[in-house]
Design a protein around this ligand. Structure first.
Ligand SMILES: *[C@@H]1O[C@H](CO)[C@@H](O)[C@H](O)[C@H]1NC(C)=O
Length: 397
C-alpha cells in the first residue's frame, strides 16, 4: 500500500486526536473485596470513631452546626432604692440621692455604707494635719508662701506654727479633715436592705437579635414583688445589696465598714435556635476587698451668711456591672464543612486499611499482583498509566 500525502495528513490528524482524548477519559477505581476479618474490623472501628467524633464532639459538644457571635452590645441602667437613718450634721435620713454615686444610674456605682464626717469647715488659715508628710518646719522661711502642700489640704501661708510640732500654717478649708479609722458605729446598717435594679439591654448584631434582662410577661407586677434568688427567682433583675455581698462569700458588716469593690457579671449564652433560650445568668465576685473610699462635701451657709461645708470621707460598696455573652444560630455552611471533613477523614481510613493490607499482612502478594484495570473508549491506542496500586483500590466487606 502506497502512502499518499493525504493519507499522511490523515494519520497526523488522528495522532493529535489521540493525544486530546485524555481530556475525555475517566478513570474509575477497581474495588477488591477482602474477607480479612482484621482489616474489616479495623475499618469498621475507624468508621465508628469518625462518626462518634462527628456526632459527639463536633455537633453535640461544640455545636458545629451553628455560627456564633461573641461581640455583645450592651447597655446597663441601674436604680437603687431604700432609705436609711444616719446621724450626720446635715441630715438624719439618707435616700438614694444622698448615698448613690454617681446618681445617674450607670453601670458602675458606689453605695455609701460608712463615713467619717468633718463638720463646719470654713475657708481660712489653720494648722495642717501633722500626719501630712513633708510639712515640718523650724522657722517661717521653711514655709514658702503660696506653695501647695503635697497630699495636704491647702496652700502655705509662710508662717511656721511652733505650737503644732513645727508645721507650716495653711490656707484652706479649716479645720482640716479628721483622720481616723472607720468606725463600725457609723455603718449604714439599712444599706443591707437597699435594692439594686439592673436593666440590661443587649444586642447581637450578627443575628440582628436584641433582648433585655427584664422578663416581658407580667412585667410591672413581677418587678414590684420579686427579689433575685438563685433558685427561685433567677431572672428577677432586683437585687438586695446584702445578698450581693453574701454571694461573694463575705459578711455585710465586714465589707460595709471599709468598703469594697464587687463585680456583678451578667452572662448571656444564647442559643437562638431555641426560642426561649436567651436568658441572663448573674454572678458576683469580690474584686477588691481591701477598701473602697472616696471624698465629697456638702456646702451650706451659716447663720452669719458665711460659706461652710461638711466634708465626708465615704466608705462604700462599689459595684461594677460587666456584661458578656455569646449567641449561636444554625448555619448551613459550617454544617457542610464539618460533615465534609469527617467524610474526608473516613476516606483516610480506607487508605490506612489499604496500606495495612499491602505491607503489613502476611499474604500481601495475593493483593499486589492484581492488575490495575483501565476502561477506555479506545482500548488499543492509549497506554496504561502506572499508578501506585495500593492507592487505586478500595476494599469493602
Ligand atoms: C432588713 O429587712 C428585714 C425584713 O424586712 C428586717 O427584718 C431587717 O431588720 C432589716 N435590716 C435592717 C438592717 O434594717
Amino acid at each position: 500500500m502506497s502512502t499518499s500525502p493525504s493519507a499522511g495528513a490523515g494519520m497526523a490528524w488522528q495522532n493529535s486526536q489521540n493525544r486530546l482524548l485524555f481530556l475525555f477519559e475517566y478513570t474509575t477505581v477497581r474495588y477488591v473485596g477482602t474477607d480479612n476479618k482484621k482489616i474489616g474490623l479495623l475499618y469498621r472501628i475507624f468508621q465508628l470513631t469518625i462518626m462518634g467524633y462527628l456526632i459527639g464532639w463536633v455537633f453535640f459538644k461544640n455545636k458545629g452546626y451553628q455560627v456564633k457571635d461573641d461581640t455583645i452590645e450592651s447597655s446597663v441602667v441601674t436604680k437603687v432604692k431604700g432609705v436609711a437613718r444616719v446621724n450626720t450634721t446635715d441630715s438624719n435620713l439618707w435616700g438614694p440621692e444622698d448615698y448613690v454615686f454617681p446618681s445617674q444610674g450607670e453601670n458602675f456605682l458606689s453605695i455609701a455604707t460608712n463615713f467619717i464626717e468633718t463638720p463646719n469647715q470654713k475657708l481660712g488659715n489653720c494648722s495642717e494635719n501633722p500626719e501630712v508628710p513633708k510639712n515640718t518646719c523650724s522657722k517661717d522661711e521653711d514655709c514658702t508662701v503660696g506653695e501647695a502642700v503635697r497630699a495636704g489640704n491647702g496652700i502655705k501661708t509662710g508662717v511656721c506654727l511652733e505650737t503644732h510640732n513645727g508645721t507650716c500654717e495653711i490656707y484652706g478649708w479649716c479645720p482640716t479633715e479628721i483622720r481616723k479609722n472607720p468606725d463600725p458605729a457609723t455603718i449604714v446598717r439599712e444599706a443591707e436592705n437597699f435594692t439594686l435594679y439592673i436593666r440590661n439591654f443587649i444586642r447581637f448584631s450578627r443575628f440582628n437579635f436584641s433582648t433585655s434582662n427584664v422578663p416581658k410577661e407580667n412585667r410591672t407586677l413581677y418587678l414590684k414583688h420579686c427579689s433575685y434568688d438563685e433558685n427561685f427567682h433567677p431572672y428577677c433583675p432586683i437585687f438586695r445589696l446584702g445578698d450581693i455581698v453574701n454571694k461573694t462569700g463575705h459578711k455585710f458588716e465586714e465589707m460595709a465598714k471599709r468598703g469594697a469593690s464587687i463585680g456583678v457579671l451578667i452572662e448571656w449564652l444564647c442559643d437562638l435556635d431555641k426560642d426561649s433560650d436567651c436568658r441572663p445568668r448573674y454572678s458576683f465576685v469580690c474584686l477588691d476587698k481591701v477598701t473602697f473610699d472616696f471624698r465629697f462635701a456638702r456646702y451650706s451657709t451659716d447663720a452669719a451668711g458665711q460659706r461652710q461645708r461638711t466634708f465626708y470621707k465615704v466608705f462604700g460598696i462599689h459595684l461594677d456591672i460587666m456584661v458578656c455573652g455569646t449567641a449561636r444560630r444554625f448555619c448551613i455552611i459550617p454544617t457542610i464543612v464539618n460533615i465534609a471533613s469527617a467524610v474526608t477523614l473516613m476516606a483516610a481510613g480506607s487508605y490506612i486499611c489499604d496500606i495495612m493490607l499491602l505491607y503489613a499482612m502476611k499474604k500481601r502478594t495475593v493483593y499486589t499482583e492484581s492488575k490495575l484495570d483501565r476502561m477506555t473508549t479506545n482500548d488499543k491506542e492509549i497506554p496504561l498509566q502506572i499508578m501506585p496500586e495500593g492507592l487505586k483500590r478500595k476494599f469493602s466487606l
